[in-house]
Design a protein around this ligand. Structure first.
Ligand SMILES: [Zn+2]
Length: 66
C-alpha cells in the first residue's frame, strides 16, 4: 500500500492505494483497437474511484496530476 499526495477528482480525498503498476489497457474506440502505454493505477480509498497515470508521472504536486 502506497499513499501518494494527490486529490481524488470525485471526492477530493487525498489518500489512494496503489493497485497496479505497468498496466496496459486494451479496447475499442470507433471501430479501432487500441492498447495503452504502461499505466500506474491508483484507487481512491474513500469512494473507490480508479485513477490512471502514465508511468512517468511523479506524484509530487496536484498540478502535475490533474
Ligand atoms: Zn474519491
Amino acid at each position: 500500500m502506497t499513499h501518494k499526495a494527490l486529490a481524488c477528482p470525485v471526492c477530493q480525498n487525498n489518500k489512494a492505494d496503489l493497485v497496479g503498476k505497468n498496466v496496459k489497457l486494451s479496447g475499442h474506440f470507433e471501430n479501432k483497437e487500441f492498447l495503452t502505454t504502461e499505466l500506474t493505477v491508483l484507487r481512491c480509498v474513500k469512494c473507490g474511484y480508479y485513477m490512471f497515470f502514465d508511468k512517468t508521472a511523479e506524484f509530487t504536486t496536484e498540478d502535475e496530476l490533474f
